[in-house]
Ligand binder design. Structure first.
Ligand SMILES: Cc1cc2nc3c(=O)[nH]c(=O)nc-3n(C[C@H](O)[C@H](O)[C@H](O)COP(=O)(O)OP(=O)(O)OC[C@H]3O[C@@H](n4cnc5c(N)ncnc54)[C@H](O)[C@@H]3O)c2cc1C
Length: 269
């Protein structure tokens, strides 16, 4: 099937209702994953962990998909972490972007993976698979998370070891950051695990919870009394971990009604 290429976006004249930030950098991690940064227009505000609709102009029309903003809300640039779906309407084209190009972006971010949707707690658990780490890349770079919680545990599972590199680089950059390093010391804990290749950690997150490995590292079983959980991944992963949380007495929260855990799909399908 031949696919039309994306048209160059004129930043001086974007379609009505869109921003058109300029791409600043692109980094390809694997043949399925890449990250990129864009300029952030001064008017664009968001809460760490939210997502926004971004895309390109294809056949004269905006082609948009939901994307978590991976950068924290204090950063001057925006960062996104993306899958490359072969034949995916957007990502087959988006993976071609280069510095100097422009993307389309809706000006209104939304989402449930935000502090406002959680009650206060002592330990925060961030459970992700694949690109589901993107909203947590924002949250672990927000100083507020280290004010609100004594410990932050970031778990990411991927099939292959190479797919964990974005998270490994991210956590290293937080630990070396001039301001965040001090704030996150002894508080930020990273557990990357591969499910289909040998690695220092292996297995799915529900297995880590049920067999006690997570409790061993975190210093106690998950409890709605002290712990808050954010979950981002495939539909199957969300359903499994939602059931695990509810089985332990956690109640789901929302922006309107904060609770003990929140979930968001990393993609539809
Ligand atoms: C709230 C929300 C936040 C999202 N945030 C991100 C993000 O930060 N980064 C990102 O890459 N995608 C994210 N997505 C998915 C994104 O919206 C698109 O689906 C993705 O960019 C692929 O677009 P496409 O048009 O190429 O293919 P689509 O037609 O949208 O998808 C084709 C198929 O590819 C698979 N797929 C899509 N996205 C992914 C993914 N991320 N990981 C694994 N398989 C996938 C699904 O099976 C899907 O049915 C998010 C989705 C939602 C609902």
């Amino acid at each position: 099937m031949s696919q039309s290429v994306a048209a160059k976006i004129d930043p001086a004249n974007p379609p009505d209702g869109f921003l058109a930030p300029r791409v600043l950098s692109v980094r390809h991690y694997t043949d399925r994953l890449f990250a990129f940064t864009t300029e952030r227009q001064a008017s664009f505000r968001f809460r760490s962990g939210e997502f926004v609709m971004i895309g390109l102009e294809v056949n004269g029309k905006p082609l948009l998909r939901a994307y978590s903003i991976a950068s924290p809300n204090w950063e001057e640039q925006l960062e996104f972490y993306s899958i490359k779906v072969p034949d995916g309407p957007l990502t087959s084209r988006l993976q071609e972007i280069a510095p100097g190009d422009h993307i389309l972006m809706r000006p209104k971010p939304v989402g449930t993976l935000v502090f406002d949707a959680l009650l206060p707690g002592k330990r925060l658990f961030l459970f992700s698979t694949g690109t589901g780490i993107a909203p947590f890349a924002s949250i672990i770079r927000d100083p507020e998370v280290y004010e609100k919680f004594d410990h932050v545990f970031l778990l990411q599972t991927c099939r292959e070891v190479a797919e964990l590199q974005y998270g490994i680089d991210l956590v290293r950059s937080v630990r070396e950051h001039e301001f965040l390093a001090e704030l996150c010391r002894d508080k930020l804990h990273h557990i990357p695990a591969a499910t289909r290749e040998p690695f220092e950690n292996s297995g799915r997150i529900d297995a880590w919870i049920e067999d006690g490995r997570l409790a061993g590292i975190a210093g106690g079983e998950l409890s709605p009394e002290t712990d808050r959980v954010m979950i981002c991944g495939s539909m199957a992963m969300l359903q499994t971990l939602k059931a695990v949380c509810e089985g332990r007495g956690f109640q789901e929260g929302s922006n309107a009604d904060p609770g003990q855990f929140v979930i968001e799909r990393a993609f539809v399908g």
